[in-house]
Ligand binder design. Sequence first.
Ligand code: F6R
Length: 261
Amino acid sequence: MKVVILDDAHAVADYGADLFREQLRKSPASVFGLATGSTPLLLYKELIKSNRKGELSFAEVTSFNLDEYMGLAPDHPQSYRHFMNREFFEHVDIDPANTHVPPGDADNPLTACGEYEDKIRAAGGIDIQLLGIGRNGHIGFNEPTSCLVSRTRVKTLTVETIEDNARFFSEDEFQPQLSITMGIGTIMEARLVVLLATGESKAAAIKAMVEGPVSAWCPASALQMHPSTVVIVDEAAASKLTNPDFFKHIEAQNQALLARL
Ligand code: F6R
């Protein structure tokens, strides 16, 4: 697990966006794993800017989102499909037919989960997976106690997550308590994982994820077993790490090495 500590949320987004740009340069027909939430918004803005300037194209990209609320149709303003259209897909040249979000309104959610896995497999697997992290260490909607080799499935949200996300729903609006989420096993098969976290509220989860133990109590800690994960955090999210200077030293060494190549 590579940990990169940067000054602020803008630097985090830039660094993350660069990894996506690099992936697209290597392979214009890449398969992206995408996330919703507040954290990736700046990164999406960066990618939209590059697309508008003609620096990169998403025309051949296929995407799979991590999760969706169960019970919300794609056109519901709080659905993750709606979020992705509004915040990213509508602003770039990606083919909407190649964008996938788990179907929150599926007649049979159990079958839909297997079909989602089949589609990821048929696309050749995920090249680069974007993640945020919950305050409780969740990735996707894999809440604490999730099986560390789980596949796409229906998950019950914790009270903490429901409260964290209540800000997006008005008081009298139906807020789902169930989700469909890629499993931790599904995420672990991505070739490169890019996890972003900003702000003090994520500091405890980042410490648990990076320093372990690997435990279902912190689902993100499974990424310690992933061969190619980059964790990009701002100073506030890194503030509970035992030795942040060590990670800064490693990154400085890496950059110096790259400059020599
Ligand atoms: C979103 C997702 C979640 C979020 C996490 C952090 O698709 O899967 O795991 O990444 O809840 O959310 P924010 O970024 O809003 O703090």
